[in-house]
Design a protein around this ligand. Sequence first.
Ligand SMILES: C[S@@+](CC[C@H](N)C(=O)[O-])C[C@H]1O[C@@H](n2cnc3c(N)ncnc32)[C@H](O)[C@@H]1O
Length: 388
Amino acid sequence: MHQISDVAKRLGVSRSTLLYYEKIGLISAERRDNNYRSYSEHDIEKLIFILQLKDSGLSLQESLDVFEQKLRPDLLQEKLVLLDKDIAKKQQARELLAALIGQQSLRDFHIQSESNAPKAHQVWLQSQGLSSKDSQRLRWLSKDINQHESYMSEFNHIFNSLERWAPGSENETLAALKLIPGNIKSILEIGCGHGIATLPLAQHSKASITAIDNEANALDYLASKIADKKQQDKIQLLNADMSDLPFKEERFDLIWSEGSAYIMGFENALRYWKDFLKPGAFIVISELIWSTDTASEKAKKYWDRNYPDMQDRATRLAQAKQLGLKLIGDFSLSDQAWNNYYQPLKAAIDKSRSKLGQSEVLNDIDEEIAIAEIRNSEFDYQFFIFQL
Ligand SMILES: C[S@@+](CC[C@H](N)C(=O)[O-])C[C@H]1O[C@@H](n2cnc3c(N)ncnc32)[C@H](O)[C@@H]1O
C-alpha cells in the first residue's frame, strides 16, 4: 500500500488531483489506523494506464471507458482525424517559423499569401526592405524572400538572352493594331521588355511611341535595337513603374500591353491605365485566360499556384465593361505564338543546365513548359482591344 504523497510524486500529479480521482471513483483509498489514505499498487497502475490514454487526447471519462472495455471505435476514429489535422497544422506552423528564420523554403507561404491576401503580402514584402520592383518580382517569380537575389540573377541570365518574354507573334500584334480605327498619334506601351511589339508598332503606324518598363537592362538592349532600325525619332523609352505612371491624364490615343497587365492584375491595370487615355481612345491587352470550365487537374493546380487570379474570357469582358470599356475585338493567340515564346525559352534553359546545375529557376521553367505543352486549348493568350 502507498501513501498519497508517494503516489502523487510517482504519477507527477498533485495531491488534490488524486483526491479528485478518488472522488470520481477512478481509484479508491483505504484508511490506515492513523486515518491516512493508502492506495493499492493495482489502483496506481490502473491510474498510470488511464493517464497514458488521456495523453493521447481522450478525456478522463473516455480514457476510463477504454480501460473498462466500453471502447467506442467510432469515437477513437474521430479523435484520430482531429489529431491528424492538428499535427498537420502544427507541422505547417513549424515549417513557417523555420522558413522565416531562413532554415527552409518560404515558397508555400508566399504562394498561399499571394492567393489569400495579395495586398497584405505586398505590404509585408515591402516592410521587409524589398523595393516595390523586387516585391513584384518576388510575387511572380522567385516566390521566396530567402532566395530572391540568387533566383533573380539566374532568371535574368536566362531571360536576357531571349527576344520575347511572353507568347505572341508579329502577325498577331499587327492584326490587333489593324482593329484600331482612325489615326493614332500617340501610343503608350507598358512592359515593353526587349521591344518585341515596340518595333512592329513603330514600323506599322504613324504614332509616336512611349515605351516603358522597369527593367533597366531591357531598356538598354531595346535602345540599341531601336538605333539599329533607325526608329529613334518615333520611340521614346522610359524606366517607369506601370502602377505609378509619370504622365498627365488623358494623354494617349492608345495603350498597348502584351503580357504585362497581369503584374498589376488585369482589372486593376485597366482601372488605373484608362485614365491616361483620351476620351474615345483605345487599349490593347494580351492576357492569359481559361478557355474551359473543365480544365485538367494538372493545369488547374499549376495556375492556382502561379496565377491565382486567372479568369475566363467572359469574366475579363465583364470587368472591362464595368469600367466603361467597349470591346472592339478580341482573338486567341495561335499555337505559333506560343511556340515563339516557349521554343527559344526551352533552348535557353537547356543551354544553361550544365552551368546552373540544380536550380529552382530551371525547375520552374521546366514546369511551365510542361504545362504549356499539354495546353490542349484549356487556356489561351487572348488579345483584347477595348475603346473608352
Ligand atoms: C512578361 S514580360 C512581357 C514583355 C514584352 N511585352 C514581351 O511580350 O516580350 C513583362 C514585362 O513587364 C515588365 N514589368 C514588370 N513589372 C513592371 C512594372 N511594375 N512596371 C513596368 N514594367 C514592368 C518586365 O520587366 C517585363 O519586361
